[in-house]
Design a protein around this ligand. Structure first.
Ligand SMILES: O=C(CO)COP(=O)(O)O
Length: 120
């Protein structure tokens, strides 16, 4: 069982929820963690159990980063919106930086997320 973080920027939340619905059975075999708004939407739209952290801009991204630094997260699925500036861009960069540093698989779009999930 892998510990998977689920995060999406606002314009990518529909995409992440559709992805989670498509992989509902497989995701159900794993321990899921989500930032507040993303995680709540995944719960509502899939019925999957997701451990909720704070909303991303309020510290949720940093909580996921801390989990990575402490060896408590195995996979990060983070659908980033490349077209919209984020007020908490420093947190976004910190999270992707820690995933890179600790060699945690980090899927920032659907096809990469499909590939990572097929692998675990
Ligand atoms: O801001 C986010 C990622 O940077 C996601 O946070 P929410 O899931 O709370 O919207």
């Amino acid at each position: 069982m892998a510990r998977i973080g689920l995060v999406a920027h606002d314009d990518k939340k529909d995409e992440l929820c559709a992805w989670a619905r498509r992989h509902r059975v497989k995701l159900g075999e794993h321990e899921l963690w989500g930032t507040g708004t993303t995680g709540s939407r995944v719960i509502a739209e899939t019925g999957l159990a997701v451990n909720l952290l704070k909303s991303g801009p309020l510290g949720g991204d940093q909580q996921l980063g801390a989990m990575i630094a402490e060896g408590r997260l195995d996979v990060l699925v983070f659908f980033i919106d490349p077209m919209t500036a984020q007020p908490h861009d420093v947190d976004v960069k910190a999270l992707t930086r820690l995933a890179t540093l600790y060699d945690v698989p980090c899927a920032v779009n659907k096809s990469t997320a499909d590939a990572v999930l097929a692998f675990i």
